[in-house]
Ligand binder design. Structure first.
Ligand SMILES: CC(C)(COP(=O)(O)OP(=O)(O)OC[C@H]1O[C@@H](n2cnc3c(N)ncnc32)[C@H](O)[C@@H]1OP(=O)(O)O)[C@@H](O)C(=O)NCCC(=O)NCCS
Length: 397
């Protein structure tokens, strides 16, 4: 697909990489699944290098399941292997990139992430993958690329070379590999998201105290409902509405994103994809008793064959129901239900925009500790071929 030569100062061999789209066979035991198995190994090695653990690493099954969902976004996984290899295997994969091109909204955006095995770095594989991803984005008439970088810690404010995002909250070290690659390729740091971990079980008196205080504030106007893996029909439209609101209510700094509408069909597809990736989910929502509408929800996912890690997904309380401690009420309720659903759960992983003071406040009170930071970077690709939509300033959106 793309070949690049590394800079002359880079180590000599291998001198070039080929970037290939990962084949997506019907099953993972098919020989064509080599690229997805290779991408899993890359993900594990990168996570151990970045965070010191594999909790967040993508399994081949997860990657495969994500690629099945092509209805709401065109999704591709790219892999980098040394040039000259005609029949690559998983062991040849030195790096991998994800490219997501939304189909129903945000049709100007490409979401990209790039990772390279620590042992293969500074030899141009990251650049080759990023350029191939940008090429795909341009060919699909995308004008904005949003790139994510991951870092094991947030640097001290007085450390030389600290970058502050356009949002004004959080910090990223400019010489961290992910940041360096983004800067080299002309990306602007828009936002920093704090990665935090909550070790389980939570101290015994903490959850009841927080839950009772939140319940006292929420009063009789709200009632909690909960489900696992399959939403009752009664709640699907309400949940879809909350997901749509999530796409605009979450702080997005200067990221050029527009509303992403959800409906019942998309939620059912989302549930099917969660199951296909070998995951389950647990959700707690707050019903506004008077109107029967959902005021908010919080949700976690977990890999069914790995008892320890739990992943916090979306949490939202819609604007008209804020100020009643529903966020804390739903989260404490979910954490109290979790041991029955996942008896071996050892920790919850979450990400929050650094400027999202309310959500961070809830998480800090629950006992989440900082464990890293993710950067959200953005670049305009300029005019795409074929008279594509002109890049608009984010204020115009
Ligand atoms: C970021 C990452 C993908 C780079 O992969 P790579 O194959 O080493 O990248 P390249 O060799 O193409 O590097 C391209 C340029 O990025 C910059 N860069 C990359 N790593 C760097 C580092 N550790 N220190 C300083 N600059 C660095 C340099 O300008 C480099 O060019 P040079 O080697 O000619 O000076 C890899 O380090 C990684 O997987 N990091 C963790 C995951 C992550 O944060 N990914 C997000 C990337 S946006």
């Amino acid at each position: 697909m793309t070949q690049t030569s590394p800079a002359t100062s880079a180590p000599a061999a291998p001198s070039t990489w080929q970037v290939l789209p990962a084949p997506v066979p019907d099953a993972l035991d098919h020989p064509d699944a080599w690229a997805l198995h290779g991408a899993e190994v890359v993900s594990r090695e990168v996570d151990v290098d970045t965070y010191g653990h594999e909790d967040l690493a993508f399994t081949a099954q997860y990657l495969w399941a994500r690629l099945q969902e092509q209805e709401y976004a065109r999704r591709l996984r790219l892999v980098a292997v040394p040039t000259g290899i005609t029949h690559p295997t998983a062991a040849d994969v030195v790096g991998s990139a994800s490219v997501v091109l939304p189909r129903h909204s945000n049709q100007h955006v490409a979401h990209v992430s790039v990772t390279v095995r620590p042992s293969a770095r500074r030899r141009g594989a990251g650049t080759a993958l990023l350029l191939a991803a940008e090429e795909l984005a341009l060919a699909d008439r995308r004008t904005t690329v949003i790139l994510e970088s991951e870092h094991g810690s947030e640097p001290a404010p007085d450390r030389p070379g600290v970058l502050e995002p356009a949002s004004g909250a959080g910090r990223i070290a400019a010489d961290d590999p992910g940041a360096a690659l983004c800067l080299r390729h002309g990306y602007a740091l828009e936002q920093a998201a704090r990665y935090s971990v909550l070790d389980l079980p939570v101290a015994p008196d903490r959850l009841p105290a927080l839950h009772d205080a939140a319940a006292a504030r929420a009063g009789e106007d709200y009632r909690l409902v909960s489900w696992q893996d399959h939403a009752p029909d009664r709640w699907v439209d309400g949940w879809a509405h909350l997901e749509t609101r999530m796409s605009t209510d979450e702080p997005q700094a200067g990221l050029d994103l527009e509303e992403d509408p959800w409906d019942a069909a998309r939620l059912r597809r989302y549930e099917a994809d969660i199951a296909a990736s070998g995951h389950g989910y647990l959700l707690v929502a707050a019903e506004h008793v008077h109107s029967g509408a959902l005021a908010g929800f919080t949700m976690v996912q977990f890999q069914l064959d790995r008892p320890g890690p739990v992943f916090q997904e979306d949490t939202i309380v819609v604007a008209e129901h804020r100020g009643h401690r529903l966020g804390m009420l739903m989260k404490t309720d979910l954490l109290r239900r979790l041991p029955a659903v996942r008896p071996g759960a050892g920790r919850v992983h979450t990400w929050n925009a650094e400027e999202n003071a309310f959500m961070l406040g809830i998480n800090v009170a629950l006992g989440f500790r900082p464990a890293g930071v993710a950067g959200e970077w953005q670049k305009r690709l300029g005019s795409a071929p074929g008279g594509a939509r002109a890049a608009a300033p984010s204020s115009a959106r």
